[in-house]
Write a protein that binds this ligand. Structure first.
Ligand code: PLP
Length: 377
């Protein structure tokens, strides 16, 4: 199988799975229990939290282990806006956020919050400038993703973080799902207050994520009950999931530079080959581009048709992001980036992991050439 849909999910690292099984076999106590067996589970949880904070260089933050970035994004955005609604009711974001950010903000807009959507068609410098111009007395939150999941563009998180040092009232949320474990993420240097991640995007388990939050911030919890996870997420804690997440994160971050170089070679080769195929238009050409994602269109073939045709060659890519690929409309994200409705409907995404190989790229290109030639007529 040639699996090139790693932005949707990645295969689980056997070491991560093993850590999850071992904790469930040997340390399955409830970390909230008073007895020593519970305390052992609690120690593992504390250790996992410390590891996550250290790997992402977050000195004054805490970790809320969640079911994934969707939950983290909901808690970060709704939790913050509800907690600070008396300080202000203005949110700044981009039109190309993941649905879990976009729809949460739309819901807040319906509640009476005012939202500014930054135009992200221009340069990163222009994005920072627009944010600076949009900030006002009423602004309480900026939510901006680090890497876009459909196009792979990298947003200027460091620069936005530096700008926000002048506006301590404005809190900074970053959806770092597509950057963590792939490009450097430094929470302190980037001046991030809230960061969301999902373990299954870096060879961890599905249903396991985290919200890393500045410990001096208040959030209104989404799930109430037994006050676990600093009172922000009630329910018996999945300690094995936390241990596995910390392990997956370490295994992704330690070889980050080597993995990056490898994937960059795959990216360069794929781009060169794609451009040689008649009718192919590469959409991913941002000045700051992650090599982990390539978006392109093969006119006049519909993205969905291309995905299914490649399946016949055991090649797996995606049309739009996994969560929206079953809807018939063109990608909201590509449209917001100025791509025409027609090209957006023809667009597909190839996404790599550190396990992807040059041979897989060659097989993709070979299959693509055949399929494009067949489907064009
Ligand atoms: N944010 C981004 C940028 C994503 O790509 C995804 C998943 O594809 C999510 C959030 C949601 O992650 P999950 O489905 O693991 O909750």
């Amino acid at each position: 199988m040639i699996y090139l849909d790693n932005s949707a999910t990645t295969p689980v690292d056997p070491e991560v799975l093993n850590a999850f099984v071992k904790v469930n076999e040997n340390f399955w106590g409830n970390p909230s229990s008073l007895h020593a067996f519970g305390a052992r589970a609690e120690q593992l949880l504390i250790q996992s939290e410390k590891q996550v904070l250290s790997l992402l260089n977050a000195k004054q933050h805490k970790v809320i282990f969640t079911s994934g970035a969707t939950e983290s994004n909901n808690l970060a955005i709704r939790g913050l806006c509800h907690a600070y609604k008396n300080r202000g009711r203005h949110i700044i974001t981009t039109p190309v956020e993941h649905a879990s950010v976009h729809e949460t903000i739309e819901e807040l807009e319906a509640e009476g919050f005012r939202v500014t959507y930054i135009d992200v068609k221009g340069s990163n410098a222009d994005i920072v400038k627009q944010i600076q111009e949009a900030i006002c007395e009423d602004t309480i939150l900026i939510s901006c993703m680090h890497v876009n999941n459909e196009m792979g563009m990298v947003f200027p998180i460091y620069e936005i973080g530096q700008l926000l040092k002048k506006y301590p009232k404005v809190k900074f949320h970053v959806d770092a799902v597509q950057s963590v474990g792939k490009i450097p993420v430094d929470i302190d240097k980037m001046n991030i207050d809230l960061l969301s991640l999902s373990a299954h995007k870096f060879h961890g388990l599905k249903g396991s994520g985290a919200l890393i939050v500045n410990q001096y911030l208040s959030l209104t919890p989404e799930i109430t009950g037994g006050h676990q996870m600093y009172g922000l997420r009630s329910g018996t804690i999945n300690v094995a999931g936390a241990v596995a997440l910390a392990k997956a994160l370490r295994l992704a971050i330690e070889p980050l530079q080597t993995n990056y170089q490898h994937v960059k070679q795959l990216f360069d080769h794929t781009m060169n080959e794609l451009r040689k195929i008649d009718g192919v238009v590469v959409n991913s050409n941002h000045e700051h581009q992650t090599p982990y994602i390539i978006n392109f269109a093969a006119a006049p073939i519909k993205g969905e048709t291309l995905v299914h045709a490649l399946e016949e060659y055991d090649v797996y890519i995606s049309a739009k992001s996994a969560c929206s690929s079953k809807s018939a409309t063109a990608s909201r994200i590509l449209l917001a980036l100025g791509i025409s409705d027609e090209v957006a409907q023809e667009s597909v995404r190839v996404s790599f992991s550190n396990l992807s190989t040059m041979e897989e790229v060659d097989r993709l290109i070979k299959a693509l050439k055949i399929v494009v030639a067949q489907l064009k007529h």
